[in-house]
Design a protein around this ligand. Sequence first.
Ligand code: ADP
Length: 314
Amino acid sequence: MLSAGGTGGTGRAGGSLLSIGECMVEMAPAEGGLFRMGYAGDSFNTAWYARRLLPANWQVGYATAVGDDAVSAAMLGFIEGEGVDTAAVRRLPGCTVGLYMISLDRGERSFAYWRGQSAARRLAEDPDWLDRVLAGRDLLFFTGITLAVLPPEGRAALAAALGRARAAGARVAFDTNLRPRLWEDEAAMKAGLALGAGVADIVLPSFDEEQGLFGDAAPRETVARYRDLGAGTVAVKNGQAPVTLWSAETGAAEVSPPAVAAVVDSTAAGDSFDAGLLAALLTGADLETAAMRAADLAARVIGRRGALAADLFA
Ligand code: ADP
């Protein structure tokens, strides 16, 4: 059994975390040539873990757009059933949600996506709606995928709304989650990262992705880039290698993840890490303690199959 290990919620006011992005239908190979239907997406996975880690007097919500068809309703039913609030979900007539299918070839997973027409692409169309759902939150979380699936004007609209919410007192966290195929080109991806990081207090990049795009020689170069873009806290994930931390208050530090004997499925390593770190920070932990709890959770998650390791919280 894992918990945030923070206040336990007793005697202290709770708060509100809102994750923003796209949740998709997942078709995963099952026995006998069948597929098992589920729901996943980086920002949703983080909300799902945060719900399990934060005390009950915290609200965890998910902001996205879905359609008005049966599969959209089923997805919302799932999200609510997992304890994640759906008051910040736009419902768009005539639209539907995105879908991805996992293929297995001798243990190697590959993914095919049908998300080009998904309702989530229209998440940032209405600035008044954005202001309403972002208002009054303690922490707003979004990712590079959240930005990538939006059209360029949607990216600007979301960043502007996050900036307004931040000016009103919310903290903003951004996982850069680089997916080159979702962006028009490399220049658009770099501009999107700068836009996202420019409105974030906390930036959570992964070193292999940053090295691939920017040629960083070491995680401290990744830290420097996001510090220069305005972040006050950066945690650079790097697989089993140490997490490189930096904050404006306490400077640089490193935390080593626990050794994992056998990685069963690395899906949601980064997503669960983010939830572990944010839940710990929100309940009063310092950055090093938060990163240790995050790495401990991620290590358990990669020892399980699938993105959402429910048995860890049973
Ligand atoms: P992402 O999934 O975002 O690409 P990483 O692969 O860097 O990010 O993993 C995120 C976190 O998951 C790491 O910081 C670490 O805590 C944990 N992790 C990933 N792979 C391993 C591993 N082989 N052993 C232990 N921890 C790991």
